[in-house]
Design a protein around this ligand. Structure first.
Ligand code: ZN
Length: 281
């Protein structure tokens, strides 16, 4: 996908509105920069928000013809294994049962795995095709963000994996979720870890520099600070090993694999931060 220059915008820091930054990684016409004031990494320039939203509503985003999840279907078994491990890790911390909302549920792989962990499962997504697929695997799936849900609806747990790095106003995004959490309920956020050794070793080849879809890059401290700012308590990290198809990993190293190996996957640690906080009673 190519962007017309009218579809590209310059921005202040999405966290603190500072205008000063230093360029860290060049992805012409885009760049990952670091805020001089708060130290967060963000995309600047970036696609105008309307151009980005069009990208997510396009079915090709999921089919991986251009950008987006490369071969999202191919990754199905690896993603399900990843989500199942997350759900098990949440259960170990007493986070299970009751009602679950997943914001940005994609094709519903997490919601499907969650049937053994939560009594009621709902999801939201901006893509029609994702809503169609996920709708078969959950109690309720609506198109849009949380505002598409009835305002009185509340959940014991809200999970949003690999969404916040796409969001232009991350603080407002999390604040919008808060009224949908029951007192004592949990918010679980997952996002690529900018502080991971993978980013440090791989530099601009780091696979989570998905430019231009990823517009903000958190590490453990910046994500915990944000969750604290919006009023969550007892913020803690959950281990989040991520499974990837063997063929996808091999491709990164320039090795081709026979397609029957697609269903095999390998666990890769420390690619993603998963963190949860509690809404006070
Ligand atoms: Zn800043």
């Amino acid at each position: 996908m190519t962007f017309h220059k009218n579809d590209i915008e310059h921005t202040v820091c999405p966290m603190c509105e500072c205008e000063k930054y230093k360029k860290a990684y060049d992805f012409t016409p885009f760049a990952v920069v670091r805020c001089d004031a708060c130290g967060i990494f963000y995309l600047n320039p970036r696609p105008a928000e309307n151009a980005a939203l069009k990208l997510y509503e396009d079915d090709n985003y999921y089919k991986g013809k251009e950008r987006g999840y490369s071969n999202y279907f191919l990754q199905e078994s690896a993603l399900k294994a990843t989500f199942r491990k997350l759900l098990q890790n949440l259960k170990k911390r007493g986070i299970y049962g009751g009602s679950l909302l997943e914001v940005g549920c994609g094709y519903g792989y997490l919601l499907e795995e969650a049937k053994d962990f939560f009594d009621y499962r709902a999801g939201t997504d901006f893509s029609d095709n994702a809503v169609l697929h996920a709708g078969k695997k959950a109690d309720l799936v609506v198109k849009g963000g949380v505002e598409a849900l009835p305002p009185e609806r509340k959940f014991d747990c809200i999970i949003s994996m690999h969404v916040i790095e796409h969001v232009y106003t991350p603080k407002e995004f999390l604040e919008q979720l808060m009224p949908y959490i029951n007192p004592g309920g949990r918010l679980v956020i997952g996002t690529p870890d900018m502080g991971s050794f993978w980013r440090i070793i791989m530099g601009r080849r780091w696979s989570s520099f998905k430019v231009p879809e990823h517009v903000i890059f958190f590490d453990k401290k910046s994500l915990a600070d944000l969750m604290h700012t919006i009023g969550l308590q007892n913020i803690a990290i959950i281990p989040y090993p991520h499974a990837f198809p063997v063929s996808l990993v091999a491709e990164k190293f320039g090795i081709s694999f026979p397609s029957f190996l697609d269903r095999f996957y390998v666990w890769i640690p420390a690619t993603t931060i998963a963190m949860y906080g509690t809404l006070s009673q």
